[in-house]
Design a protein around this ligand. Structure first.
Ligand code: LLP
Length: 383
């Protein structure tokens, strides 16, 4: 569990992100221990957090990177990742982004449509390059997560539908500047049970067997990301169950000789190592409610406002003998959705108290905005 150095915090302007680098290292160790098979490759989904200190740890741990934009490819290269360990996904790649990937000979483009495939082929042709490609398949699996972060259902915009796959594979195999090397899947995010991953394995086995019978094999199978974290009890469960996750694949997926299994984990890598630290500005007594108005808002952490997500809200130095009181913990932004929790039962709060909003390492700092002309938050590290 992360301990918060209150005295150090008192000298700082809030809100800011506090990253427990020691916890990040332990998390990366767990990933490496449980994915320790020669043919398993873990790529970090850099969209979760591009903080340079965090990227340095992830690079040192030997992970590759999953990018979804040219900007993310640049961030990965600037952080010293080898282009051979970069994969590039995304449903709407612009021409300059495709050029950037080809120029650096990245490991793989995860392609989401036949239209995109033709564009990559013609740009690669112009540049005298061959693009290594995996086709993103939409497997139509319900990941039982929030509908905003479900991606593998037929109704979602992602991937190539199963009915169209035969045709796209045929076309890809015949494109001069395309080297078809894999299939890619991603069924959603914040998945906290292993069952959907098992169903994904079954689906993949079915598909690879079908294509093997036709003589088509794939060097890489990429199962995407999605492993969830415990937002309610981050202190009890600071590291996700990587053992159960990787075992699910190990026990259920059938890989051919020399076939590689790729993973793209984001949230489970960095989620628990980050907290948003904020001061209580005012305790306001409404007609029927008490509001703890803090100096962090959805500009620093948008997940509660955007996905109705809940992050544990922990006073850093709780008054031990004070009665527990219910507060709506809200931010300063001029919108009612700027609320981190309703009826939070907390030890009595006063102006100046420090609060940690936990499990904010993934999709926190990177989704910050300057709405209301707010300053972007700084970051502090525990190493
Ligand atoms: N691979 C692909 C193709 C993805 O679209 C994503 C996430 C990942 C991997 C990484 O998934 P993870 O391991 O982090 O679940 N902003 C939202 C989450 C959006 C996830 C988008 N795709 C949130 O704050 O919950």
């Amino acid at each position: 569990m992360t301990n918060f150095p209150l005295e150090e915090f008192k000298a700082l302007r809030t809100p800011f992100y506090y990253y427990d680098i020691e916890l990040l290292r332990k998390t990366l160790d767990e990933i490496n221990i449980h994915s320790n098979y020669d043919n398993y490759h873990v790529h970090y989904a850099i969209k979760a957090n591009v903080n340079a200190v965090i990227l340095e740890e992830i690079r040192k741990a030997g992970l590759g990177v999953d990018c979804v934009s040219g900007g993310e490819i640049e961030a990965a290269l600037n952080a010293g990742f080898d282009a051979q360990k970069i994969v590039f996904a995304g449903v709407g790649k612009s021409d300059w982004e495709i050029e950037l990937g080809l120029q650096h000979n990245i490991a793989c483009f995860n392609v989401e449509s036949i239209e995109e495939l033709s564009v990559i082929n013609s740009i690669a042709h112009k540049m005298g390059k061959t693009a290594r490609v995996a086709l993103r398949v939409n497997p139509n699996i319900d990941a039982h997560t929030h509908h905003y972060i479900t991606t593998g259902l037929a109704e979602n915009k992602f991937g190539i539908n199963l009915e169209a796959l035969d045709n796209v594979i045929d076309l890809a195999l015949n494109m001069e500047n395309i080297k078809l090397q894999g299939l890619h899947f991603h069924i959603g995010s914040q998945i906290t049970i292993n069952e959907p991953f098992k169903i994904l394995c079954d689906k993949i086995n079915e598909l690879t067997a079908k294509y093997a019978a036709k003589g088509v094999t794939f060097k890489t199978i990429n199962v995407g990301g999605g492993l969830g974290i415990d937002y309610e009890n981050p202190s009890q469960n600071p590291i996700p169950d990587f053992k159960g996750y990787f075992n699910t694949f190990h026990e259920n997926i059938k890989l051919g000789d020399n076939q590689e299994l790729h993973f793209e984990l984001g949230r489970s890598v960095v989620g628990q190592c980050g907290s948003l630290i904020s001061r209580v500005l005012y305790v306001k007594h409404g007609t029927s409610k008490k509001f703890a108005i803090i100096d962090a808002g959805f500009t620093e952490l948008i997940r509660p406002a955007l996905y109705q997500a809940h992050h544990a809200i922990t006073p850093i130095a709780p008054r031990v003998d004070a009665p527990l009181t219910k507060y709506d913990v809200v931010g300063p932004i001029c919108e009612s959705s700027d609320c981190f929790g309703e009826d939070e039962l907390l030890p009595q709060l006063e102006r100046g108290d420090f609060i940690a909003i936990q499990s904010a390492g993934a999709y926190g700092e990177i989704m910050a905005s300057q709405y209301n002309c707010r300053r972007l938050p700084m970051s502090i590290y525990k190493r």
